[in-house]
Write a protein that binds this ligand. Structure first.
Ligand code: CP
Length: 308
């Protein structure tokens, strides 16, 4: 297979296992490219991409922009905070105006779940979801899977624990879909208040004790406590969360084998993850960020090749 099954990347749920394999294999080639002295290839020389971000981002936004530039695409960046969205323009009108300037692809982050799906139905461009509210963050899951494969090889039968604020996490949902399609076993772990009610229906194991989750897994993907999405208190205090669910070096030393620790960033240091783990050889957090560029190059390159 040499072509994706869709011209959009809206979520991992819509991808086939073959799509995921194709993206990860293509990303391996692009990782080699971005480690050359000349990190650029002409693959998307005639393509213009708009990055439209309605929510804050450091990693995803810069990573997409670098991926686009390394593929020789023309790039425009749009942020809602200094745009005419503030004057009441609709999402579709805003994007259609951007597209009328001969833009081919749109990378979008939005706080509303489903916003990229809505856009894909209503405008004529390839749409890439860079995170839609609490729903999906497909390129994060793909770069996480790529990084796990670098450390562990084939993920078939590997045990991945996703630890933390599962309820508000688009990274958790995309990771669950992606890892299961690659044959891994997935566990979610966190306080009961931060686990979605019907999470077991997704075929994941559920664990409330973080030490048991660490003892079970090959990889612990520790997620950020998303205070900005929490309208009510889900645990008594950050100190208490850190005491019961924070991952620290002592906990890893008590295990009978080494595990890989990941975090999508940004980290709340000392809350979900102690600095003695985040900055240690257990953690591959910066490798994840590095791999993000290669994975996003693969996604953009493959989507541009899909015929409408
Ligand atoms: N992991 C991630 O999506 O980070 P940003 O919010 O900084 O893009």
């Amino acid at each position: 297979m040499s072509q994706l099954s869709s011209r959009h990347l809206l979520g991992i749920k819509d991808l086939t296992p073959a799509d995921i394999q194709l993206i990860l294999e293509t990303a391996e080639n692009f990782k080699e490219v971005i480690n050359r002295p000349i990190k650029k290839v002409p693959s998307l020389r005639d393509i213009t991409i708009a990055n439209i971000f309605f929510e804050n981002s450091t990693r995803t936004r810069l990573s997409f922009e670098l991926a686009e530039k390394r593929l020789s695409a023309d790039v425009v960046n749009f942020s809602s905070s200094n745009s005419s969205v503030k004057k009441g323009e609709t999402l579709v009108d805003t994007v259609n105006n951007i597209l009328s300037m001969k833009v081919d692809m749109v990378v979008m982050r939005h706080s509303s779940p489903g916003a990229p799906h809505f856009l894909a139905r209503n405008v004529k461009a390839n749409i890439v979801n860079a995170g839609d509210g609490t729903h999906e963050h497909p390129t994060q899951a793909l770069l996480d899977a790529f990084s796990m494969r670098e450390k562990l090889g084939d993920l078939q039968g590997k045990k991945i624990a996703i630890i933390g604020d599962i309820l508000h996490s688009r990274v958790a949902l995309s990771n669950i879909f992606c890892l299961q399609k690659l044959g891994a076993e997935v566990m979610v772990c966190g306080p009961i208040t931060l686990l979605p009610k019907h999470i077991q229906s997704l075929g994941v194991k559920v664990e409330l004790d973080v030490r048991k989750a660490l003892a079970w897994c090959d990889v612990a993907n520790v997620l950020r406590i998303q205070l900005e999405r929490q309208q009510i208190k889900y645990f008594p205090s950050l100190r208490e969360y850190s005491l019961y669910y924070g991952v620290n070096k002592k906990m890893l030393e008590e295990l009978d084998r080494e595990i890989v620790v990941m975090h999508p960033g940004p980290i709340n240091r000392g809350v979900e993850l102690a600095s003695d783990v985040a900055d240690s050889d257990h953690a591959i957090i910066l490798q994840q960020v590095e791999n993000g560029v290669a994975v996003r190059m693969a996604v953009l390159y493959l989507l541009a090749a899909v015929k409408a």
